[in-house]
Design a binder for this molecule. Structure first.
Ligand code: FE2
Ligand code: FE2
Length: 419
């Protein structure tokens, strides 16, 4: 694919859905269900194009802020804190270019229609479509939560509609309740909702391409998710991306490859969303059992990224960051013949950032000590000697870039906590 048509909307949405599943594996279907029904309701209410697209993005990502609240894993727990989570989710997305419309919908998607109407009449919402999209998500979210596993789904729709009618005009917009009534006799909607909430297929009938630049922006949604989980993963991903991009530039990669490298660096640890925080942040040495858990993360990184169209190389680079040239890394046991320059760069950038960054329980290594470790790694056959030399020769500029971007990410993290 070219830089202009780097990937497509459907592919990236699938990746967002996978990311949500990594955060809350227990509620795997919930976000897809909410997105599916929100789409159906919004379409029925006449939303089209950008408004419809924003609605689906918002439905899929409305719980993304739950990553900041530890231990919120079940639907019930998330619903009980829904207002706060939607505020956090909106904050995570509002400054990403092109996502302000999505963030606006998320910020009100747990509010009652009465409150939304008040905001609308006070001129505090950008459009009526935004208000209706929020109402659709509010309803879809509630229905997905109430859906009962062991009762046939078609038997459940009457009770759902009755409940919605009772709340018409107060909790949900009149139009949204009307839209739900219109969906009542379309059995396939309810069957899809339970068994196959493939909103992606209906939503993106035609392929909509995304440029590489737009992809870099949109994948920041996924990096935010890893970053907001803990302060030092935030600083770590940014540091790895900065160092990897510098190494890519210095080693003669094209500007396009350098942009791909930024994505790979930012997302290399996205598989850590499945790693329990106690293990992730354990200050001391890990036990063998704990290390077995850690070893899963590059596998999930690769799985998440390789499924995105156009991401073959990015997924490979990011997913191989714990492989070693001598074949003793994990989890794929690839050796030198299989590890290309991009993979070797991310691996070195990862080690470099890990040893030089400050952690709550230790200081980062200073230059002489860090160089010693990097050279030992190359000498043992783990990392690439040429790229190690390139790093050592340009240590100061690479370290400066790493430190600056890592500090910036740390600052953003703590500011978001204070909000
Ligand atoms: Fe890692
Ligand atoms: Fe890492």
């Amino acid at each position: 694919m070219s830089a202009e048509r780097f990937t497509d909307v459907r592919s990236l949405l699938t990746a967002f859905a996978r990311t949500m599943n990594l955060i809350n594996p227990e509620i795997e279907n919930h976000h897809q269900q909410t997105a599916y029904l929100s789409y159906m309701l919004a379409y029925q209410m006449g939303l089209r194009d950008r408004s419809l697209e924003n609605c689906v993005y918002a439905a899929l990502l409305h719980d993304i802020g739950s990553v900041m609240l530890e231990g919120k894993t079940s639907v019930i727990e998330i619903e009980s804190d829904a207002g706060r989570i939607s505020q956090l989710s909106a904050q995570m997305l509002e400054d990403i270019p092109g996502l302000s419309g999505t963030a606006e919908i998320i910020s009100i998607c747990q509010s009652s229609w009465k409150d939304i109407q008040f905001l609308l009449s006070a001129g505090r919402l950008s459009s009526r479509d935004c208000a209706l999209a929020a109402s659709a998500i509010h309803m879809a979210d509630a229905i997905s939560t109430m859906l009962c596993e062991d009762i046939p789904v078609l038997q459940q729709r009457r009770a759902m509609i009755k409940n919605a009618q009772l709340l018409k005009g107060r909790e949900f917009a009149e139009e949204t309740v009307d839209a739900l009534e219109q969906l009542a006799d379309r059995e396939f909607v309810w069957l899809d909702l339970k068994y196959n909430p493939q909103f992606l297929m209906i939503f993106t009938g035609e392929i909509r391409y995304l440029s590489l630049d737009r992809t870099v922006e949109l994948t920041r949604i996924m990096s935010r998710v890893i970053d907001y989980r803990s302060s030092f993963t935030a600083m770590h991903s940014a540091g790895v991306a900065a160092a990897a991009v510098k190494l890519a530039e210095l080693s003669g990669m094209t500007p396009e490859e350098c942009k791909m490298m930024r994505i790979a660096g930012n997302l290399h640890d996205i598989g850590k969303l499945t790693t329990p925080k106690e293990i992730l942040e354990k200050p001391g040495k890990l036990t063998d059992d704990e290390f077995d858990v850690i070893k899963e993360h590059p596998y999930f990184t690769r799985l998440t990224l390789m499924n995105i169209n156009g991401f073959d190389r990015i997924g490979d680079w990011a997913g191989c960051h714990h492989e070693k040239l001598n074949g003793r890394g994990y989890p794929f046991k690839f050796g030198a013949e299989r590890l290309d320059k991009g993979s070797r760069i991310v691996a070195i950038a990862d080690i470099f950032s890990a040893i030089t960054e400050v952690r709550p329980y230790r200081d980062g290594m200073k230059k002489p000590e860090a160089i010693k470790v990097l050279e030992q790694n190359a000498a043992s056959g783990a990392t690439c000697p040429e790229l190690t030399k390139l790093l050592v020769d340009n240590y100061d500029i690479i370290d400066k870039a790493r430190e600056a971007e890592s500090a910036e990410a740390g600052k953003r993290f703590f500011e978001s906590l204070q909000k």
